[in-house]
Design a binder for this molecule. Structure first.
Ligand code: CP
Ligand code: NVA
Length: 300
């Protein structure tokens, strides 16, 4: 059987996502005791910082009976210019799967093309599919599913927004984004989703996107690698803070999600992220359960 990679939400079908979530649910409930990764190793390459992704993949691999290797791209030879294809070929001789977090999405695709073991996207400048899987699982847990639901994305049209658009394409819920001009999501991903019949739209102001939605999502205004733009972005995103006032426009039972880390007082007000509608800690926990299901599926 040929290996499967997970580079984008669109690499999975709707049925595969549902099966993955059933397994994640069993794992979260403690009803799964198997060790499909016994004797196996996951290499984790990080060119950017991480708390959740690193720890959840490392702990998850261990809980499934395997071991995870943390490889900072500064310390392995990639940092000195060893080509990605050579790294892919060599790692494939040692390990059973590779998770990578880096800047250029093309590098992850190149790694996947040349590796003979599954490759998992742990975040690029283009997308963050592992996080959005955990977010979808959190929506299912809190609201029973996403069918017929309206979901809002308020803020930067970044990697997270792009993966949410792909999720709307695969799963068919309504996604309403509100992004300032010049900070829209990836055009190719957006157009492809539209062409595939996805119900995705970009509103001019957050108030319009958030009206009556059941899920409100946001993320930092300056992602990793954009630190020098932070000041300009703070100006561009004025009026995009998800605060109690804005949350009032959503469905009264709406939940708030944020992939974390968060900047309180910028993209989200303290009263919202630390308030009763927030599900951010469940969301962070669910990274572990969903990725374990993913690892068991791809590497087990
Ligand atoms: N949400 C997320 O991916 O967090 P880390 O950057 O801490 O991995
Ligand atoms: N958009 C953020 C997500 C962090 C998990 C970033 O790329 O920095």
């Amino acid at each position: 059987m040929s290996k499967r990679d997970f580079l984008a939400i669109t690499d999975l079908t709707r049925d595969e996502i549902l099966r993955l979530f059933d397994l994640s649910g069993r794992m979260k409930a403690g009803a799964y005791r198997e060790t499909p990764l016994a004797g196996k190793t996951l290499a984790m390459i990080f060119a950017k910082s991480s708390t959740r992704t690193r720890v959840s993949f490392e702990v998850g691999t261990y809980q499934l009976g395997g071991q995870a290797l943390f490889l900072s791209s500064r310390d392995i030879q990639i940092g000195r210019g060893e080509p990605i294809p050579d790294t892919a070929r060599v790692l494939s001789r040692y390990v059973d799967g590779i998770m990578i977090r880096t800047f250029d999405h093309g590098e992850v695709e190149q790694l996947a093309r040349h590796a003979t073991v599954p490759v998992i996207n742990g975040l690029t400048d283009l997308s963050h599919p592992c996080q959005v899987l955990a977010d979808l699982f959190t929506v299912r847990e809190a609201l029973g599913g996403w069918e017929g639901k309206r979901i809002a994305w308020v803020g930067d049209g970044n990697n997270m927004a792009n993966s949410w658009i792909e999720a709307a394409e695969v799963l068919g819920f309504e996604l309403r984004l509100a992004c300032p001009e010049g900070y829209e999501p990836n055009r190719r991903i957006f157009d492809r989703a539209k062409a595939a019949g996805a119900c995705v739209s970009i509103a001019e102001v957050p108030e319009e996107a958030i009206e009556g939605v059941q899920v409100v999502n946001t993320d930092v205004w300056a992602s990793m690698g954009q630190e020098e733009e932070a000041e300009a972005r703070r100006n561009a995103f004025r009026g995009y803070t998800v605060d109690a006032e804005l949350m009032k426009l959503a469905d009264p039972k709406a939940i708030f999600l944020h992939c974390l880390p968060a900047h309180r007082g910028e993209e989200v007000a303290t009263e919202v992220i630390d308030g009763p509608q927030s599900r951010v800690w469940d969301e962070a926990e669910n990274r572990l359960h969903v990725q374990k299901a993913l690892l068991a599926t791809l590497m087990g």
